[in-house]
Design a protein around this ligand. Structure first.
Ligand code: FES
Length: 145
């Protein structure tokens, strides 16, 4: 199995290349493109990004494993990422996670992640990468319908 970016992603990457003085700055954007394209980051994708950016494989791998939002295995279900960092926790993310576990774990993989940069909308989650903010157990039902 080999990995290559889709034509759509290749166009986006080409435009990003002009923005940065060093290709290495594209590690995170390329990892996001790879994960959106395949729903996880495969070893082949890491190898492809490593070659494309001329950065050692282990460096790319260390970035993937540092951030909780990157997945190294293909999810078996659709994914709900619930932020469990301070702003979200103080605004009820624990209750949201418990509610999701109890009512939606059959159809979704519910995971806790670190801050996703949407603290002003706490508590929040991402469903297949799309952000949903100011959640309550009622609004999460509406979102998931
Ligand atoms: S603390 Fe939840 S998005 Fe920042």
């Amino acid at each position: 199995m080999s990995f290559s970016f889709s034509q759509e992603n290749s166009i986006k990457i080409a435009s990003l290349l002009n923005r940065y003085p060093h290709k290495k700055a594209l590690i995170l954007p390329l990892l996001w493109f790879a994960q959106k394209q395949e729903s996880y980051i495969s070893e082949d994708a890491i190898g492809h990004i490593s070659e494309f950016l001329d950065v050692p494989y282990m460096h790319i791998y260390s970035v993937v494993t540092f951030y909780t939002m990157f997945r190294l295995t293909k999810p078996q279900k659709r994914v709900i990422e619930v932020c469990a960092t301070l702003s979200c926790e103080l605004n009820g993310s624990e209750d949201i996670k418990a509610y999701l576990d109890e009512n939606y774990s059959k159809d979704f993989e519910v995971i806790e992640v670190e801050c996703m940069g949407a603290c002003s909308g706490a508590p929040m989650c991402a469903i297949d990468g799309k952000y949903h903010e100011n959640l309550t157990t009622k609004t999460i039902d509406e979102v998931l319908k």
